[in-house]
Design a protein around this ligand. Sequence first.
Ligand code: CMC
Length: 428
Amino acid sequence: MPDTLTITDNRTGKLYEIPITDGAIRATDLRQIKVTKEDQGLGTYDPAFMNTASCRSRITYIDGDKGILEYRGYPIEQLAEQSTYLETAYLIIFGQLPTEGQLREWTKQITLHTMLHENIKKLMEGFQYDAHPMSVFLSTVGAFSTFYADAKKIFDEESRKKQIHRLIAKVPTIAAYAYRHSIGRPYNYPDNDLSFTGNFLNMLFRMTELKYQVSPVLERALDVLFILHADHEQNCSTNAMRGIGSSHVDPYSAMAGAAAALFGPLHGGANEAVLRMLAEIGTVQNVPGFIKRVKAGEGRLMGFGHRVYKSYDPRAKIIKQTADQVFEVTGKNPLLDIALELERIALEDEYFVTRRLYPNVDFYSGLIYQAMGFPVTMFPVLFAIPRTSGWIAQWEEMLLDPEQKIARPRQVYIGATRRDYIPLSKRT
Ligand code: CMC
């Protein structure tokens, strides 16, 4: 059987044979289907990209029905158990797990690039005391393009590598400064003796002590959360990164846009929304009433449902285990019982079962972050730190893909047909 699709255009009676590659047809192959010569050709209408692949990618594989997530072929469960965030970031960006020597060099490069230019510090000091840390984060990432003019050389491999080191290394420092700024405390400089997440905790929470004592449980928990958030193929912010990057702008400008997309409550802002929702529910007794209101269309159960996963999000499973380890150190988050009751009822309820709505990555991550001492406004920032590796890998893949061009979708025009301008005095 040939891998083709035969289409009959009932408007003309003509027959077309379209090749199928990797389970997809090329939308441009439909352009030959015309009624008249002047006709632009048949298009596809796909708001929100419900069934359109925008790229061919080798980075992340998801099977939403089976609940599978793999980076470069490695299952997320194995990486979360055996890898570190820095090693996983290397894997995502360079395509292979590093050798010992490569990992040493990569870790050294990242450690050496954690400091921020003092002028960036000054720039951050200019933000209002109550500015949302995610707004500060994305503005500062965008401002990086004013500091690193060499980043414009996007087709120079060495330059790209430099920006990769800078971005992976500096995002935790920006995040920590944004947090310290929001609570009016002095910024802590990076400590090169500590691990990636250990140093991040140091920059966030060190007070007057000379050396910050990192809790190994919290350090590892954060590392696992970072592994889980590192990439998720063509999600809203990655699509923004690729789309903006396709204009050949520098990676900092593109990433500011990606971070802005991540800020939205339907994407990276969801775990913040989950905590607000749990706080609003208040007690376990109020859970059935809340579920009833969701089913009546009065709001959504935040942290539930996913565009791709139509079964339990594999990341949510791992996060639930991590939560138990964290709560042993920090004490149980009082909102946990409400979350567990919500999940229990929702997983049995016909409304959620028939729509295949399961907990996603954000349902439990916020509870962990809150128990670790983060305010809810820091949640999207905590998502952006590890997602930086995914954004960069996808951006580079897009740049080096000879099939990619500037992203420019078509539209189906449904507005007014041509009409003549009416002078203001004659308008009624
Ligand atoms: N609570 C209640 N009903 C829901 C929910 C929810 N969380 N999510 C979807 N539905 C219903 C929706 O009302 C619709 O019902 P009907 O067919 O009767 O109109 C049906 O399920 C399909 O929903 P949809 O909006 O067409 O699904 P989508 O694929 O466009 O949306 C989503 C995916 C994640 C935006 C959505 O499930 C949602 O808003 N969830 C809550 C926000 C959230 O947790 N977001 C984090 C996503 S995971 C993090 C990430 O990877 O970025």
